[in-house]
Design a protein around this ligand. Structure first.
Ligand SMILES: NC(=O)c1ccc[n+]([C@@H]2O[C@H](COP(=O)([O-])OP(=O)(O)OC[C@H]3O[C@@H](n4cnc5c(N)ncnc54)[C@H](OP(=O)(O)O)[C@@H]3O)[C@@H](O)[C@H]2O)c1
Length: 186
């Protein structure tokens, strides 16, 4: 079924994090992410999972990627450990790929996402954060070569969002409609 990568990156340098933190606070970006992914399945790396408040996101099933088979999730009914990332290629339902950088890179190198929700933040990075910048430039290069933009640019609160589909892939219209309506209906 449909796999969707969803990220918010900083313009030009494609930074998505500093250390474990997202270096901006844009309420509308969090709300857009919630509208798109709520009541669905998401996957993320262990570092990103640990950064969620109380290690959870309400109303979502979370597939946590880790090499540690004994990793303890915070909610055993709704969160699941996955040690073989490529097994998600055969995931039988809609799946949102939610970072961080190692996960975006692994999925993009294998061209697994059918759809990308590409949000680009134009404001300044938070200068008070400690840690190494984390960027996904490699993913953006792959996106520009192997995907095509299928939506207009949507502007909200210093963030431009567009939707991209893998070239020559047939993508579920229902999923695309859901994503576009979730972006527009704020
Ligand atoms: N702006 C955005 O849209 C956005 C979204 C999400 C995250 N972020 C940012 O991204 C940064 C985190 O990215 P990151 O790359 O450091 O960490 P990450 O991708 O969130 O997690 C890395 C961890 O995932 C596990 N992992 C990685 N590849 C795997 C594979 N192939 N199979 C199974 N498990 C695998 C490993 O966990 P173990 O060590 O447990 O084995 C690894 O240490 C943070 O700054 C965060 O804020 C930004």
């Amino acid at each position: 079924m449909t796999k969707i990568a969803i990220w918010c990156r900083h313009e030009q340098d494609n930074i998505i994090g500093i250390g474990p933190h997202i270096p901006w606070h844009i309420p509308s970006d969090f709300k857009r992410f919630r509208r798109i992914t709520e009541n669905s399945n998401i996957t993320c790396g262990q570092t990103t999972y640990e950064s969620f408040p109380n290690r959870t996101l309400p109303n979502r099933k979370i597939y946590v990627l880790t090499f540690e088979e004994q990793y303890q999730v915070s909610d055993k009914d709704n969160h699941f450990v996955v040690t073989d990332a490529l097994s998600l290629q055969d995931f039988s339902n809609t799946l949102y790929i939610c970072g961080g950088a190692s996960i975006y890179k692994m999925f993009m190198r294998n061209q697994i996402p059918d759809v990308i929700v590409d949000s680009c933040f134009h404001g300044p990075l938070n200068p008070n954060l400690q840690g190494a910048p984390v960027d996904i430039s490699e993913c953006i290069d792959i996106m520009r070569r192997q995907y095509q933009q299928v939506s207009p640019d949507y502007e909200e609160e210093d963030v431009t969002t567009s939707v991209w589909c893998k070239k020559e892939a047939s993508v579920s219209q229902e999923v695309l409609n859901h994503i576009m309506l979730s972006i527009i209906n704020h």
